[in-house]
Design a protein around this ligand. Structure first.
Ligand SMILES: CC(C)(COP(=O)(O)OP(=O)(O)OC[C@H]1O[C@@H](n2cnc3c(N)ncnc32)[C@H](O)[C@@H]1OP(=O)(O)O)[C@@H](O)C(=O)NCCC(=O)NCCS
Length: 160
């Protein structure tokens, strides 16, 4: 399927905050103890007409590109893969040597999805989500697949 994508602009920020609220419980994301807000991120949104059907956000830090969020509301049609490819392309253009992200121990779908797309497991940060929950109480105790939600799992893809 062909999806329409465009780069996130300043005008998208209110809608992006709302999108995160709908999909991640709040207007910000917490990963490895850091609070990320849409205002400081780059990325792409996917849309159908006026409806947002997905998006990816990331930020650059030296030779690293960290993916902060990835959402597809049209699963199993190639959208998630396309969004990841766009982020990797942007990271290469920026001269990054590594793209990394954290997902959580309950997200079995994402763990499979990323590994099938070349990402490798780097580390398990035990209880990191329990720490994030102190900053963001809307993070549930039980996550996807009925699994207790407590650890962050870091994955990366080497671009060199
Ligand atoms: C993880 C996520 C982004 C994947 O998005 P997606 O749009 O389903 O991804 P894709 O469609 O590109 O790929 C998913 C599967 O569908 C398959 N697929 C793609 N197009 C297809 C089609 N036309 N027919 C059948 N299957 C298809 C892909 O091959 C892939 O399977 P594989 O992983 O076994 O190779 C999505 O499930 C999601 O948003 N999850 C909730 C949020 C989340 O967990 N985000 C990550 C947090 S770190």
């Amino acid at each position: 399927m062909t999806f329409k994508l465009r780069r996130i602009t300043q005008n998208d920020l209110p809608r992006l905050r709302q999108f995160w609220k709908e999909n991640w419980g709040d207007e910000f994301v917490v990963a490895h103890g850091v609070v990320y807000r849409p205002d400081h991120l780059d990325g792409f949104i996917a849309f159908e007409g006026k409806e947002w059907i997905g998006g990816i956000t990331y930020h650059f830090s030296g030779i690293d590109c960290e993916i902060i969020s990835l959402d597809s509301l049209r699963e199993k049609q190639g959208l998630g893969t396309l969004l990841i490819e766009k982020a990797i392309e942007a990271a290469r253009a920026q001269g990054c040597q590594r793209v990394f992200l954290v997902t959580t121990n309950d997200n079995l779908n994402a763990l499979g999805f990323y590994q099938k797309r070349g990402f490798e497991l780097v580390a398990v940060h035990r209880s990191a989500v329990n720490e994030s929950r102190k900053i963001k109480p809307s993070i549930p105790l039980v996550g996807m697949n009925g699994i207790p939600l407590r650890d962050e799992i870091e994955l990366e893809i080497n671009l060199t």
